[in-house]
Design a protein around this ligand. Structure first.
Ligand SMILES: Cc1ncc(C[n+]2csc(CCOP(=O)(O)OP(=O)(O)O)c2C)c(N)n1
Ligand code: SF4
Ligand SMILES: [Mg+2]
Length: 442
């Protein structure tokens, strides 16, 4: 096993003297180094507590600091997105305390059920260290803590047992002081599904002084509770979430209404373009943006689309953030749009309310239906009779056609080609809207 040196920042540990968290940091550093993976394929998701001080110790990998108890949910989302939308090459590791693990227990249960490729390292020092030594769901019976001054009346939860019955495919329990910890963490990280390693630790600020604890007593305690110490159980028979998903969705990534768009020959674009398309739910704002994204991708360009609409689906605004680029897109946010489409008043009002309009600068184009009150932004905006000419559900598409022509983004014939592939003999009105907008912008 390589040393942790290359992975862990050369700064002092942010923990109390003797705190076991430092031992786990070193073991994790060595285990991550041993994967041999490029740094960008490693992602640490840290929870709240002393355990969560870990991020700055790992400056070269992805780190996400999550809400208390929710780190496993964040990690599951990361692993699912990577597994479904990309190649599943990311290794995601959760660093969580006994407090976080029991506050957010159902997130661990769900991750085990899903069998996502996430390794959860539970730093079990048997209490809430950071806030002064209160009892958690893993505090041993009779322990003295800040909230159980005469002894904890409850037995600790058998966390590994709960996760075993939830379908976890890799389970282990280890002492923090065990020299083999790095190997065990390495095995867990290499496992392609959900893995949990419960690490038994000393909190030298509270657990040790309040309970006359030392390493020997901790080991005894660990042997008397839960699954056997040093155990490692593997169920390689269950498919990982990614494998199960790919089995059911062999063409995942392509939405049901968008058949795979074959490559139609290279398109060129000399710069990334960032559009925000705003309109009313149900008026085909999203499918208009998707049409441009699909056309760009079929032509060898890169595209991202982020959708926003109210919780009550089908009512109110609908906003789509669209980026088209000749290069891979690493950041999908749009702080300063090149152009904004306002297909309806509801959509425009949302852009004002959420501060998007305030971020427009002199270079930003506003393409708006002529009936919309744009307030202070009216001057200089391009006003088109969108809704009057191509009806409400063609307005966003016509405005995007206008932009495609005016900014020389995508050719009309390729946009029409995508529309016809997607909507077949129902494409007529969409094609007409595109055509009208394109000609107006040309
Ligand atoms: C939702 C929420 N509740 C409570 C807190 C306060 N809080 C901060 S750290 C902590 C205890 C952390 O204990 P544990 O997860 O065991 O980590 P340790 O400090 O022992 O490493 C608590 C309760 C918080 N940050 N968020
Ligand atoms: S309070 Fe406990 S868990 Fe936190 S750093 Fe100190 S010894 Fe470690
Ligand atoms: Mg703790």
């Amino acid at each position: 096993m390589p040393s942790a040196e290359a992975m862990v920042a050369p700064c002092s540990m942010p923990y109390c003297k003797g705190c076991s968290h430092g031992l786990v940091v070193r073991a994790l550093g060595a285990a991550l180094e041993a994967t041999g993976l490029p740094r960008e394929q490693l992602c640490l998701v840290s929870d709240i507590g002393c355990v969560g001080l870990i991020d700055r110790l790992f400056p070269t990998v992805h780190t996400v600091h999550a809400l208390h108890g929710r780190s496993t949910a964040f990690a599951s989302g990361i692993a699912m997105a990577d597994g479904v939308l990309f190649d599943g090459a990311l290794k995601t590791v959760v660093v969580i305390g006994d407090g976080g693990a029991t506050i957010g227990l159902l997130h661990l249960v769900a991750a085990a059920q899903l069998n996502v490729d996430v390794t959860v390292i539970v730093h079990n020092n048997h209490l809430y260290g950071m806030t002064g030594g209160q009892a958690s769901g893993l505090t041993p019976e009779d322990w003295i803590t800040a909230t159980t001054p005469v002894g904890n009346p409850l037995p600790p939860l058998d966390l590994v047992g709960v996760l075993r019955s939830s379908g976890a495919t890799f389970l282990a329990r280890e002492m923090a002081m065990n020299r083999g910890l790095a190997d065990r963490l390495g095995e867990a990280i290499a496992h392609p599904g959900f893995a949990v390693v419960e690490v038994m630790e000393l909190c030298t600020a509270f657990g040790v002084p309040l309970n006359s604890l030392n390493g020997k007593k901790l080991k005894l305690l660990a042997e008397q509770t839960g699954e056997p110490l040093g155990m490692r159980a593997l169920d390689a028979g269950r498919p990982s979430f990614r494998a199960a998903w790919k089995d059911k969705h062999p063409r995942s990534g392509a939405g049901p209404q968008w058949p795979e768009t074959p490559s139609t020959g290279a398109l060129s674009l000399d710069r990334p373009l960032r559009f925000v398309v705003a309109g009313t739910a149900g008026e085909r704002v999203q499918s208009a943006a998707t049409l441009l994204a699909r056309t760009a991708v079929a032509g060898g360009l890169f595209a991202t689309q982020k959708k926003d609409n109210p919780v009550t689906q089908g009512t109110g605004f609908s906003v789509s953030e669209l980026i088209l680029s000749p290069e891979p897109i690493h950041y999908t946010g749009i702080p300063h749009p090149d152009a904004v489409v306002a297909a309806s008043q509801v959509g425009w009002d949302y852009l004002v309310r959420t501060g998007v309009a305030a971020r427009l600068d002199e270079q930003s184009l506003i393409v708006a239906d002529e009936g919309i009150d744009l307030g202070a932004w009216g001057e200089g905006a391009v006003r088109l009779p969108l809704r009057a000419r191509v009806r409400a559900d063609g307005a966003a598409l016509a405005a995007l056609g206008w932009l495609a022509a005016r900014l020389d983004v995508l050719p009309l014939n390729r946009l029409i080609d995508t529309a016809e592939r997607a909507w077949g003999d129902k494409a007529g009105r969409s094609v007409a809207a595109l055509q009208w907008g394109f000609e107006a912008g040309g």
